[in-house]
Design a protein around this ligand. Structure first.
Ligand code: NAD
Ligand code: MG
Length: 388
C-alpha cells in the first residue's frame, strides 16, 4: 500500500480486546502504526508492547505505575498519568481504540470525538453512561464513532443499505443476538447455586472477566440495548433481544418491508476490530471465516426475561433517561466487582443493581460534573446494598 500508514492509539492495550487488536496490527504493519498505548495494572505486559511496537507515548493509572513502568523500559518513552494521560493520548492518532474497562474509559470516548478522531469503541460503559454528552461531541469535524462490540458492528454493517435519515425510518427494529450465556435454560434453583467458575465459563466467547460475568447475568445484553440506542439514534422500543446460542449471527436489522439483514462469522473479535480500523476498506484476513462445506445449525429463541431481570432493568433505565443508564452501569460495576471478589453470590448481583436503581432521582445529565456526581451516588447506593 503506497498511502501513509494510519496511526493508532490503543488504550487498554493489555486487556482481552487490547491483545486482539495487537494481533490485527501485527498482520497489518504496512497499513497501521501503533503510536500510543495505555494500560492498567499489567505493567510488564505493557512494557513488552511498548518494546515490540516501538511505541513512544504511554499512559498509566498513577505515579506509582509510572515509576514501575519507567524501571521496565530503556528510556525514550513519554509516560503520562491518569485521566489527563488518557485524554492526551486520545487525540494523538488517526484512530483511537477504546479498550479500557468500565467507566474509567470515559475520558477516551469524550476526548477522541472532541478531537475529531475515529473512535473504535469497545468500551460500551462510557457511551451508555454519557450518551447525552457524547452526542454533543460526536458532530466535531472529522469525528467518527465505530462500534467494536460485535452486535453493534454487525448492525453498522446491516444498516449500510438504509438511507441515512435521522432515526432510520426504514428500520422496523434492531435485533440484538445473545448467546444466552452459561446459564441459558437454568431454573431458579440452579441459578441460586451458580458459582464464579460457572459464570466465567462462557459457551462461545473468551473475554475479560467483567464482561463474561455480564454475559452470565444478561446485563451485557441490557447494556447493549442502551448502547445500540445511543449509537444509532433508535429508541429502545425498536431494539429487541433474541437468543442465538451459536454466536454466528452477530445481530440483525429488520426493515419495514419485513426484510431481515444479518451479519455472520465465527465468533472472533478480531473481525470487528479490523473492520473499525480499516473502514472504508475491508481488510483481507481469515478471522471469523465460516466453513460452509460442513453442516451449520443456526437457532433462535426468545430470551427468558423472568430468570434474567437485567434486560428489563436496562429497558427501564432507558425509559427513565438522563442519568439512569449511568446509574445502571455504575451499580453493575460495583456488584460485579463484589461477585468477582467472592463477596456476594451470583444470584445477588442483579438485585444489588436493582436496589441501587431504586434511589435514582431524575437528572437530565447536562454536564460532565453531573455525570461524575451521578456515578459516585450510584456506586455509593450499590455499596450500601452490599453491606446489607
Ligand atoms: P479486560 O479487563 O481484559 O481489559 C481491560 C483493559 O483496560 C486492560 O488493559 C486494563 O489494564 C485497562 N484498564 C483498566 N483500567 C484502566 C485505567 N484506569 N487506565 C488505563 N487502562 C485501564 O477487558 P476486555 O474484555 O478487554 O473489555 C474491555 C472493554 O471492551 C469493556 O468495556 C468491554 O465491555 C468491551 N468489550 C469487550 C469484548 C470482549 O470480547 N472482550 C467484547 C465487546 C466489548
Ligand atoms: Mg457484544
Amino acid at each position: 500500500m503506497s498511502q501513509a500508514r494510519r496511526s493508532v492509539s490503543l488504550l487498554g492495550a493489555t486487556g482481552n480486546i487490547g491483545v486482539q487488536t495487537l494481533d490485527v496490527l501485527r498482520v497489518e504493519r504496512e497499513r497501521f502504526e501503533l503510536v500510543s498505548v495505555a494500560g492498567g495494572d499489567q505493567l510488564s505486559e505493557l512494557a513488552a508492547i511498548v518494546r515490540e511496537f516501538d511505541v513512544k507515548n504511554v499512559a498509566v493509572k498513577s505515579e506509582r505505575h509510572r515509576d514501575e513502568l519507567v524501571d521496565l523500559l530503556d528510556g525514550g518513552v513519554e509516560v503520562l498519568v491518569g485521566d489527563e494521560g488518557l485524554t492526551e493520548l486520545s487525540s494523538s492518532a488517526d484512530v483511537v481504540v477504546n479498550a479500557v474497562l468500565g467507566f474509567a474509559g470515559l475520558p477516551v470516548t469524550l476526548a477522541a470525538l472532541a478531537a475529531g478522531k475515529r473512535l473504535a469503541l469497545a468500551n460500551k460503559e462510557s457511551l451508555i453512561a454519557a450518551a447525552p454528552l457524547v452526542a454533543r461531541v460526536r458532530d466535531a469535524k472529522g469525528a467518527e464513532l465505530l462500534p467494536i462490540d460485535s452486535e453493534h458492528c454487525a448492525i453498522h454493517q446491516c444498516l449500510a443499505s438504509a438511507p441515512a435519515h435521522p432515526g432510520y425510518p426504514d428500520v422496523k427494529r434492531l435485533l440484538l443476538t445473545a448467546s444466552g450465556g452459561p446459564f441459558r435454560g437454568w431454573n431458579d434453583e440452579q441459578l441460586k447455586g451458580a458459582s464464579k467458575e460457572d459464570a466465567l465459563r462462557h459457551p462461545t466467547w473468551s473475554m475479560g472477566q467483567k464482561i463474561t460475568v455480564d454475559s452470565s447475568t444478561l446485563m451485557n445484553k441490557g447494556l447493549e440495548v442502551l448502547e445500540a440506542s445511543a449509537l444509532f439514534g433508535i429508541e429502545v422500543d425498536r431494539v429487541d433481544v433474541v437468543v442465538h446460542p451459536q454466536s454466528i449471527v452477530h445481530s440483525m436489522v429488520e426493515y419495514v418491508d419485513g426484510s431481515v439483514l444479518a451479519q455472520l462469522s465465527r465468533p472472533d473479535m478480531r473481525l470487528p476490530i479490523a473492520y473499525c480500523l480499516g473502514l472504508p476498506e475491508r481488510l483481507a484476513h481469515h478471522f471469523g471465516e465460516l466453513d460452509f462445506t460442513r453442516a451449520l445449525e443456526l437457532t433462535f429463541e426468545p430470551a427468558d426475561l423472568v430468570a434474567f431481570p437485567a434486560v428489563p432493568l436496562a429497558y427501564e433505565a432507558a425509559r427513565r433517561g438522563g442519568a439512569a443508564p449511568a446509574w445502571l452501569s455504575a451499580a453493575n460495576e460495583v456488584a460485579v466487582e463484589a461477585f468477582l471478589a467472592d463477596r456476594i453470590n451470583w444470584f445477588d448481583v442483579i438485585p444489588v443493581v436493582a436496589s441501587a436503581m431504586d434511589h435514582y432521582v431524575a437528572d437530565p445529565l447536562d454536564s460532565l460534573s453531573a455525570l461524575y456526581e451521578n456515578d459516585a451516588l450510584a456506586r455509593q447506593w450499590a455499596h450500601d446494598s452490599l453491606a446489607r
